[in-house]
Design a protein around this ligand. Structure first.
Ligand SMILES: Cc1ncc(COP(=O)(O)O)c(C=O)c1O
Length: 454
């Protein structure tokens, strides 16, 4: 099939093909699924394009439109789509049986592979999603410390467990002058959840230490993602990381580093880049090669909470599909392709993209900026310095601008997340990232002209 991306992406015209088939599918879906889908995160107005197939960095939707995929299924498909080694591993493994009520060798292989990547990953347990990995880490920390509560960063996303959703979409009206407010995310969340969750501000070591000390005797765990996407995709400062490590150690709080996204930063993951010694690390996304996965790894004595051999584990953890061989084989095939050179190339491409985006935004004369690290980026529709959730929080006008730019970029053939973030995949080229940068610049210029004309 010919597509506009047979030509240079930067020179691509806006997408002209119809979206009629996607629209028809969405109408069918609305009849049988509330809101027309199973995932809140993939909703777009008026409906998303439905994927027909993908290859490398491209998706073709059911109407034949070709889309350069900068979401890679929310940063998980690090080798893009239909990676030959992963497809072969899935097919070969599935042909020998898809899942059993017994363990398989490939589970041991993947566990050994991941644990060999960083000394802090002493032992590991798999699960079927990152959300489940986080929940397991919290349960292990509670069992280990005998304490009920957790602390988390304001605005940080760690999946759909009640406690880690606290403050996820806290708004300016909730902020006040004092400590970050614990706000409910899903309606109906029990009040007790707020009572057992302490929210601390990102990159503010003084306030964070004060709050941890005030609640220390009740805190089982502190969760931190050192490059939290919903907090602006800005890195934790070294000062902040050092302060929370010292304080959690002193107060006996289990430090859980959530690397479900940022494990893609290096061969050993994220924590070594901050010289951070985690107690537990949660993993997911790229370690499953595109299939559902999560994992909790870390200190042998805390991980022993899952050990069934005494008769009953302190934290019983199972799951019908946990560690099924197909997922394990896909994960192994994905990770085996990620040697140090692959990370260097991908991170170099990320640097090039962030530079290109900054240049293009500058040429468009828009107050906007780019954050991110390694193979990840986020475009902010404002130029205020971003250091935490509150400073990255967009005004209503900025939210409206993002809501116009996102579909405009899709129309131009580029898929980003609705908050204008994305991650690279190994099949991407310099032309792909240059094309996105150029097109984002055009998008901002279009938005400025459109606003002036209105
Ligand atoms: C940092 C972080 N933690 C946890 C999760 C939850 O993972 P999953 O969607 O696999 O449940 C995500 C998902 O995006 C994440 O980004």
């Amino acid at each position: 099939m010919s597509s506009k991306f047979d030509a240079t992406p930067a020179a691509a015209p806006l997408r002209r093909n119809s979206t009629a088939r996607s629209q028809a599918l969405f109408e069918r879906a609305l009849e049988v699924m509330p809101g027309g889908s199973t995932r809140a995160t993939i909703f777009m107005h008026p409906h998303p394009p439905y994927a027909a197939h993908g290859q490398g960095s491209r998706i073709v939707d059911v109407d034949g439109n070709v889309i350069v995929d900068f979401t890679n299924n929310f940063f998980s498909a690090i080798h893009g789509h239909a990676n030959p080694a992963i497809v072969a591993a899935v097919a070969e493994t599935a042909a020998r049986g898809i899942s059993f009520g017994l363990p398989t060798e490939v589970e041991v292989d993947l566990a050994e592979h991941i644990c060999a990547r960083a000394p802090a990953l002493e032992t590991i347990r798999f699960s079927n999603s990152g959300s489940e990995a986080v929940l397991s880490a919290i349960k292990a920390a509670r069992a280990y410390t005998g304490r009920p509560a957790i602390a988390k960063i304001e605005g940080a996303y760690h999946g759909s467990y009640d406690h880690v959703e606290v403050s996820l979409d806290s708004r300016p009206g909730d902020w006040g002058d004092g400590a970050p407010a614990g706000t409910k995310y899903a309606r109906g969340t029990p009040d007790a959840v707020l009572g057992d969750t302490v929210v601390i501000p990102f990159n503010d070591p003084v306030a964070a230490v004060r709050l941890l000390e005030a609640h220390g005797d009740r805190l089982a765990a502190l969760l931190i993602d050192p490059l939290p996407s919903r907090v602006g995709l800005v890195p934790a400062s070294r000062e902040f990381v050092a302060a929370i490590r010292e304080t959690t150690r002193r107060l006996g709080i289990v430090l859980v580093v959530d690397e479900i996204i940022c494990f893609r930063l290096s061969h050993a993951g994220a924590h070594p880049l901050w010289d951070l010694e985690p107690d537990l690390v949660t993993l997911g996304k790229i370690i499953g090669g595109g299939l559902p996965i999560g994992a909790v790894a870390g200190r042998r004595d805390i991980m022993a909470m899952f050990d069934v051999r005494p008769g009953k584990a302190a934290v019983p953890h199972g799951g019908t599909f946990t560690a099924n061989p197909v997922t394990m084989a896909a994960g192994l095939a994905s990770l085996r392709q990620l040697d140090a050179a692959a990370y260097d190339r991908l991170n170099g491409l990320g640097d090039r993209l962030r530079r290109g985006l900054a240049d293009a935004i500058g040429r468009a004369g828009m107050p906007a900026q780019v954050t991110g690290m390694g193979s990840m980026f986020r475009i902010h529709p404002h130029d205020r310095p971003v250091s935490d959730y509150r400073s990255s929080y967009p005004t209503d006008a900025e939210k409206a601008l993002m809501a116009r730019l996102h579909p405009w970029l899709l129309e131009a053939g580029y898929l980003l997340t609705p908050n204008l973030s994305g991650a690279l995949s190994t099949p991407m080229t310099e032309a792909d990232v240059d094309g996105l940068a150029e097109t984002v610049g055009e998008g901002f210029a279009w938005a400025a002209r459109d606003r002036a004309a209105a």
